[in-house]
Design a protein around this ligand. Sequence first.
Ligand SMILES: C[S@@+](CC[C@H](N)C(=O)[O-])C[C@H]1O[C@@H](n2cnc3c(N)ncnc32)[C@H](O)[C@@H]1O
Length: 222
Amino acid sequence: MRPGRAVLLREHLEARTAFFDRVVLEALERGVDQVVIVGAGYDDRALRFRSPGVRFFEVDHPRTQADKRRRLRRFSEELPALVPVDLERDSIAAALAEAGHSETRPTLFICEGLLVYLGAEKITELLAGLAARAAPESELAASLATHAPGLPTHAVLEFANAARRTGRQEPWRTILPRDAHLDLLRNAGWVEAEVLDDADLRPNAPRGRSLLVRAHPDTVAP
Ligand SMILES: C[S@@+](CC[C@H](N)C(=O)[O-])C[C@H]1O[C@@H](n2cnc3c(N)ncnc32)[C@H](O)[C@@H]1O
């Protein structure tokens, strides 16, 4: 990013990028050969971390993917599997199966900067759908938007969206206290293994606003 006034945003994005890069590199080192990036947008890890035998699946709105496909073709013949899904309506599990994702080999699932755009019910549906495709040794890495436990959630959302340029067209829908957000993950079949705050990675990032979580499938979930 060009240096600008959005210093806190930059600290947040630097923490996020370093975290998800590390998660991908560690998964590839462990021999994971499927990486599913949900709400991929213009994520470039399928290019930066392309490796022989490793398949990247990118899930997003069909519109976003059409534009990305055009841009990617300028760089590479080899495209990630672009899986068109509207997470408000479609089944992620069915879409991944159709795209050739294997549910019998471990997968790294990434939800970076995505869950805040979905309501709590849709988050549960999405994460449960990913858990249904997760072979043992799979991992979920997600960023979660959080607020201090004493604050009223509806007021936090209203305040946050009012301050965003795109707060009306693409509202943030889920910002929760840390424990409530981790409960959403657990109820969808994931057990956290590492929970970091942005500020743990970038000392100048504000603490308490964003968590970076690694989780494993709950093997005792029904
Ligand atoms: C803030 S961007 C994050 C992009 C990328 N993961 C990153 O961290 O740079 C959120 C992404 O989620 C996607 N998204 C939001 N709601 C979605 C939905 N209902 N179905 C599919 N994709 C969605 C958007 O299209 C967008 O690409």
